[in-house]
Write a protein that binds this ligand. Sequence first.
Ligand code: 5GP
Length: 116
Amino acid sequence: MSEETIFSKIIRKEIPSDMLYQDELVTAFRDITPQAPSHILIIPNKVIATVDDVTTDDELTLGRMFTVAAKIARDEGISDDGYRLIVNCKDHGGQEVYHIHMHLLGGRPLGAMVKR
Ligand code: 5GP
């Protein structure tokens, strides 16, 4: 059983966030430290610590994260120009919060995918 993080409190609305979307599987809210004009986090309501902890039981939830990302991108008006989805995994991936989250970033050209 994975441990809860601050994201569980955001899902339960125990702490404030700029929440854009919530359903029975996923929640989306604006990142507190935006790296682009649109920077939104899409997360499963269930705690899954990292991509390394994903199982086949999670496939519906993970698919929902993509359809919600695409919907929010359209709502943000960034679909035509394009955007980036990032899921960091563990230390080398740069993961800070151990509750899987998809970063949706857009609103400007984002440059190279990784530092060289
Ligand atoms: P990671 O580095 O784990 O992929 O990304 C974690 C993200 O969560 C960071 O971009 C960080 O700004 C964001 N974050 C951390 N704590 C909070 C919070 O309490 N509220 C919101 N909205 N975002 C947070």
